[in-house]
Design a binder for this molecule. Structure first.
Ligand SMILES: [Zn+2]
Length: 278
């Protein structure tokens, strides 16, 4: 477990465990000869992939960003991706119970980002965090509903539709402050409506940038995932992110890094983006 103080807020990184993605899809158009210097694949070309959530305690609110894969995958999907289902245990180990969570923010609705939003009681999906209000962008939900050939597999309605029907999930239209110091900002590229979560307190800033920069190995502008629906927008929005994050020394939170939940990003003398550990 990783914990740090950001101004008056406390941030705790908690993981849903490690799952596995094909290294080719993880690094998009980057040749294996290059990415395998950073990440070593197994015999099936799979690379370990983290599922990092963050709990922010502001003093007034306890906010959970992202909820991992959860435990509702079909047998077939669990076989392909794995289903570690460790988030609730890791929250408990950090002294956080599901009842403590006031707010859940999903950056987008792919199954590996909102899986623990709900769990099954009998055959119906109920909120895992019984007191929480949930937030996502409306456009993201609308896209998931289309069930397009390209990415229908990523959208599992039991992760969010029951929450929308019961009025627990608020569908946002654009950038918004959720509670004082925690706001969401749309960064398209991975999906059209993916939102980053920006956390500000006492003059410090952290950003859960989600799948725009999924790991510390994806810092370079052109190192994007093959899953990105709008790869040119990923590049432009990475530039937009770094334009603030580097000079203003934001803490960058990596959704899928198995080793490093957060770090600072700096530019070296050659203009290359590099990780600076906390
Ligand atoms: Zn993801």
């Amino acid at each position: 477990m990783h914990r740090l103080t950001l101004g008056n807020f406390e941030l705790t990184a908690v993981s849903d465990g490690i799952y596995h993605l094909d290294g080719g899809t993880f690094f998009g158009v980057v040749p294996k000869s290059m990415w395998q210097r950073k990440v070593v694949p197994d015999a099936n070309n799979l690379v370990p992939t983290g599922l990092n959530s963050v709990v922010v305690r502001t003093g007034d609110y306890t906010v959970l960003i992202e909820t991992g894969i959860g435990n509702k995958l079909t047998e077939r999907m669990a076989k392909i991706y794995g289903q570690p289902a460790k988030l609730l245990d890791n929250l408990a180990a950090a002294g956080i119970s599901p009842e403590d969570i006031d707010i859940v923010i999903n950056t987008h609705l792919h199954f590996d980002h909102c899986g623990w939003n709900t769990l099954l009681r009998g055959s119906s999906a109920v909120p895992t965090f019984p007191k929480a209000k949930y937030y996502v962008q409306e456009g993201e939900w609308q896209h998931g509903r289309l069930q397009l050939e390209r990415d229908a597999i990523s959208y599992i309605s039991a992760n969010y539709d029951p929450l929308i029907t019961s009025g627990r999930m608020t569908l946002l239209n654009g950038d918004k402050e959720i509670v004082p110091g925690i706001s969401v900002q749309v960064f398209s590229g991975h999906t059209r409506h993916m939102q980053a979560v920006i956390i500000r307190s006492g003059g410090k800033t952290a950003c859960y940038i989600s799948d725009l920069i999924p790991t510390g190995a994806h810092l370079d502008l052109t190192w994007g995932m093959a899953f990105d629906l709008f790869p040119l927008e990923t590049i432009e929005n990475k530039k937009r992110y770094y334009a603030h994050a580097i000079p203003e020394k934001w803490l960058t939170i990596f959704t899928h890094d198995p080793n490093l939940p957060w770090a600072y990003v700096e530019k070296d003398e050659k203009g290359k983006m590099v990780i600076v550990p906390v």
